[in-house]
Write a protein that binds this ligand. Structure first.
Ligand code: FE
Ligand code: FE
Ligand code: ZN
Length: 295
């Protein structure tokens, strides 16, 4: 018997079925976990929690034997705690993070992935310090047990959190360390300059710098760009510079077998999700050449 694998993808949440539809979409791909946004990632309009069919979605999850501890919410991009140039942006971001923590807990979910942010026109060290401050402000007020999982970034522009050291700096300086974890994105670390094919080497370094017990989520993506490019453009499994064999090693590594793995790969066309095929190849461990052509 094969161990249970926690593998899924990013899924949508839309009217009229909202969370019930989210769960059904995940099931249609053969997923054992999933990740979603609780509202549009690029704006602040939010459907009230009471309209999101959370009870119906959770009922279905329970009947199917899903483990809610493996489910993930992604915080919207509009949160940027590292912007030291505009005080109103920091204030907005802290308040929105607080609301997002509450919304995540309302689904019975404990893992919230957050981009540490971008220092835009400011100093990166100051940006990092401000992320610490924003996390402290939000976590001081929030009463849930949701873990904020800081995502490893590609280092595009002035993005902070592009090295394990920067992520460790944020965690070690935060007052509420017990509420912090990490989301490792394979495309982002490749683009940031890490040797993503050396899974054990990277996990050793992660363990030494941050502590492997902090690793709560893996984003499993191929990359359109070379190692160290600082680009952040995801590619379908097997179509990028990382390749199927390396991503397969991440999926099947014993050391991170309990960590949920989420695909955020692009849709080949507007009505064709790639996830069912990607998930099945990664579970089976065998690659189908040109699989996108048959979608
Ligand atoms: Fe992300
Ligand atoms: Fe990601
Ligand atoms: Zn990305």
């Amino acid at each position: 018997m094969q161990n249970k694998m926690w593998l899924g993808s990013h899924v949508g949440m839309a009217a009229p079925d909202y969370y019930l539809g989210t769960v059904k979409e995940a099931i249609s791909y053969g997923s054992t976990t999933f990740m979603f946004y609780t509202g549009a990632p690029q704006n602040s309009a939010r459907t009230p929690i009471s309209s999101l069919k959370i009870k119906e979605g959770r009922e279905l999850l329970k009947n199917l034997g899903f483990d809610e501890a493996k489910l993930v919410v992604h915080a919207p991009y509009i949160i940027n705690l590292a912007n030291t140039i505009k005080p109103e942006s920091f204030e907005f971001s802290t308040q929105f993070l607080l609301k997002e923590l509450f919304r995540t807990a309302s689904f019975g979910i404990r893992l919230l992935v957050l981009h540490p942010g971008s220092a835009v026109g400011g100093d990166e060290k100051e940006g990092l310090n401000q992320v610490v401050k924003g996390l402290d402000l939000a976590l001081e007020e929030d009463k849930s047990d949701v873990i904020v999982c800081l995502e490893t970034m590609a280092g595009k522009g002035k993005e902070v959190g592009k090295t394990f050291e920067e992520i460790a700096y944020i965690i070690n300086n935060c007052k509420y360390k017990n509420r912090l974890g990490v989301c490792l994105d394979t495309c982002h670390i490749n683009d940031a300059g890490y040797e993503v094919g050396d899974v054990d080497g990277i996990l050793d370094e992660f363990d030494k710098t941050i502590g492997l017990d902090r690793l709560k989520v893996i984003h499993l993506n191929d990359s359109k760009n070379e190692k160290g490019s600082h680009k952040d453009r995801h590619e379908n499994i097997g179509y990028g510079t990382i390749g199927f064999d390396v991503l397969l090693k991440w999926v099947h590594s014993e050391r991170i077998k309990d960590v949920p793995k989420i695909l955020e790969t692009p849709w080949p066309s507007k009505d064709k999700a790639p996830y069912k095929e990607e998930i099945s190849m990664l579970i089976e461990g065998s690659y189908i050449e040109n699989w996108r052509d048959s979608l």
